[in-house]
Ligand binder design. Structure first.
Ligand SMILES: Nc1ncnc2c1ncn2[C@@H]1O[C@H](COP(=O)(O)OP(=O)(O)O)[C@@H](O)[C@H]1O
Ligand SMILES: O=C(O)[C@H](O)[C@@H](O)[C@H](O)[C@H](O)COP(=O)(O)O
Length: 184
């Protein structure tokens, strides 16, 4: 049984890669964007970056969804920015994860049910892709703030990093191979 979170800044390819991967593996797919409350969407549409207060209830809701799927034995993929270590702790642990620190000074929470897949790459390439993307509420101007907020996952977090510069089919195959080796 596996829970995967495809993470990264806006435009890194989370929705595209996550949904293709779910189709290929026959797993359930959720897009975190679909669960933002109206206020968060309005804020982003106006070009205002979300803050912790805006994101925490949203992340707690996504945690509940993941844990429900986990409890029912459903392999699941979630596309979610999960930019900071604290946000990833909340996806793992719910509200208890809000106390997780971003430095190595504090204890790590015990639970590591989720494998995070970080789609990583240069801001210029993503900006170029976002300029071409249509029909999405997230304005390309917010990309810089996404990079400012990003804390790339690091040990002892449970993660892999895949370059978003590769074609989608290749990214999906790399993750698929990793997941099949690890989860059977
Ligand atoms: N590996 C890739 N190569 C080329 N284009 C991509 C790749 N991944 C995503 N895209 C395109 O980039 C844009 C942003 O992708 P999207 O999946 O919406 O990102 P996110 O969900 O992270 O915001 C879309 O237009 C998508 O088709
Ligand atoms: O935490 C956030 O600031 C948002 O969740 C953001 O990271 C997310 O990316 C938006 O939902 C935009 O959607 P796209 O990621 O699909 O551009």
């Amino acid at each position: 049984m596996a829970l995967l979170v495809v993470m990264g800044v806006s435009g890194s390819g989370k929705s595209t890669v996550g949904s293709h991967l779910a189709d290929k593996l026959g797993w359930k797919f959720y897009d975190g964007d679909d669960y933002h409350p109206e206020e968060n969407r309005k804020k982003m549409e106006k070009g205002i970056p979300l803050n912790d207060q805006d994101r925490i209830p949203w992340l707690c809701h996504l945690h509940d969804i993941l844990m429900r799927e986990h409890a029912s034995g459903q392999n699941t993929i979630l596309a979610c920015s999960a930019l900071k270590k604290r946000y990833r702790c909340i996806l793992e642990n719910g509200e208890a994860g809000t106390n997780c620190q971003n430095s190595s000074g504090r204890e790590e929470p015990a639970s590591q049910k989720i494998l995070f897949i970080h789609l990583d790459g240069p801001m210029e390439l993503i900006a170029h892709r976002l300029e071409k993307r249509r029909g999405h509420f997230m304005p390309p101007e917010l990309l810089k703030s996404q990079f400012d907020a990003l804390e790339a996952p690091s040990a002892p977090e449970n993660f892999i990093t895949v370059s978003l510069e590769k074609p989608v089919s290749e990214i999906v195959s790399i993750i698929e191979e990793y997941v099949r080796n690890r989860y059977g």
